[in-house]
Design a protein around this ligand. Structure first.
Ligand code: DI6
Ligand code: FE
Length: 404
């Protein structure tokens, strides 16, 4: 007998007929049209939930965030509004380095409290899985502190969290003018120790003029792969450094941002199965004008994921639903593409092949919505239609949407 069954839910491919989902041991045991159930629901499961004809989707996955950090960068926002560029602020020692100082100064408890609040905002919108990067410590102790906080967030909330080591995010002041030495420190000391401590699920590099070079990214990737860790990259955000082609050569899970990606890079990603993660929040907040090459990604069938890139400098975004809207309005995705971008393709960008889909054997992570059609998820702005979430098979009501 299953632990529970959801009846009268509308499944994305169910053509408006009532569907049902059976849950057993935190996994989907059965999913399909209710009319195809082999017996009455009460004989199949211990608990019956009635979805009352609500739409159900896989739990949303936010596959690119920098959720754990100290302080904020509202002051830099004001400077940028007056015309100072993001790159100039970074070169003058602001930007990532100012968040580094605030993160080094914060206690583990303070970091946990602030990132827990941010995570609650995402979870209220049906997010059941999230990636959290380190990269605001840039020294062993603080990178460890960030990854420990990410680990504790998973334990405290029960949501699925991928912890990505992003030591190669910016050059810390201790290594000024010695970026190769810092990469050596990452490869020889930081990454092996944090991996040994069981704190790292994947490895990322910021490959950019104001970040690290292609050759440096490749050194970090080689070390990650020696340790058996999957890799991903921040690439082609502000310029074309050909980071996506390196990602493809390295069989990376994803290449992220991609505004300056060219067709050769797209073809390389297509050949290696690397997911394109697009981040409309950062594009909007930096007032970028160069769009990622959506048509080329479509032409070569590169799967497109969408994420918040939540971070204090370029994307202080607390809403994945808003990113679905911006993916459509700014990046010209269809609502179907945008939903796939925060479910199955987002899960693939994390190497999670049992998340982001409603299939037998997948994790029982799904969300119920008070909407008339699925496109409303991308259409509405500033409205959270999430009615309830099932996380790891367990039902969690979303309080603020219970107005009916
Ligand atoms: N790309 C981004 O958009 C963030 N990091 C990155 O590599 C920005 C991080 C920040 O400005 O704090
Ligand atoms: Fe990022």
């Amino acid at each position: 007998m299953w632990d529970s069954i959801w009846i009268n839910v509308l499944l994305p491919d169910g053509r408006d007929n009532p569907g049902a989902i059976g849950v057993q041991d935190g996994k989907i045991a059965w999913v399909g049209p209710q009319a195809s159930l082999t017996a009455a629901p009460e004989t199949l499961a211990k608990t019956i939930y009635n979805g009352a004809n609500r739409w159900v989707t896989p739990g949303l996955v936010d596959c690119h965030t920098h959720l754990v950090y100290g302080g904020n960068r509202a002051r830099e926002f004001e400077m940028r509004l007056q015309g100072v560029s993001y790159e100039d602020i970074a070169k003058a020692g602001g930007g990532i380095l100012s968040t580094m100082s605030a993160t080094r100064a914060a206690t583990e408890d303070e970091l946990f409290a602030s990132s827990y609040r941010r995570l609650q905002n995402l979870m209220a919108e049906g997010v059941t899985g999230i990636e959290i990067k380190s990269g605001y410590g840039l020294d062993m102790e603080t990178e460890r502190k960030m990854l420990v906080v990410a680990t504790k967030l998973a334990q405290a909330t029960g949501i699925r969290i991928q912890r990505t080591f992003l030591g190669a995010h910016a050059l810390p002041p201790e290594y000024k003018n010695r970026s190769d030495d810092y990469i050596t420190h990452i490869c020889e000391d930081m990454l092996p120790a944090l991996h040994e401590a069981g704190l790292v699920d994947a490895v990322d590099v910021f490959c950019e003029r104001i970040g690290f070079t292609l050759a440096q990214a490749e050194r970090v990737f080689q070390k990650a792969q020696q340790l058996g860790l999957p890799v991903k990259i921040h690439a082609e955000q502000l310029s074309n450094q050909h980071g996506s082609a390196l990602a493809a050569r390295s069989r990376a899970l994803s290449a992220d941002h991609l505004e300056y990606l060219d067709e050769d890079g797209v073809k390389a990603m297509a050949a290696s199965g690397t997911i394109a993660v697009l981040l409309p929040g950062a594009y909007y907040f930096l007032r970028e004008t160069r769009l990622p090459p959506i048509d080329l990604l479509r032409k070569h069938s590169v799967p497109i994921a969408i994420a918040t890139d939540h971070n204090p400098g370029t994307s202080p975004v607390h809403s994945l639903l808003l990113m679905m809207n911006m993916a459509c309005t700014i990046f010209h995705l269809t609502p179907q593409e945008s939903l796939a971008g925060v479910t199955c393709h987002a899960a693939a960008a994390l190497g999670w092949n049992d998340s982001g889909k409603l299939e037998q054997g997948a994790r029982a992570d799904f969300a119920l919505w008070d909407i008339g059609e699925l496109a409303e998820l991308s259409y509405s702005i500033g409205h959270n239609a999430c009615y309830a979430v099932v996380r790891n098979g367990l039902y969690v009501a979303i309080p603020q949407s219970r107005s009916d």
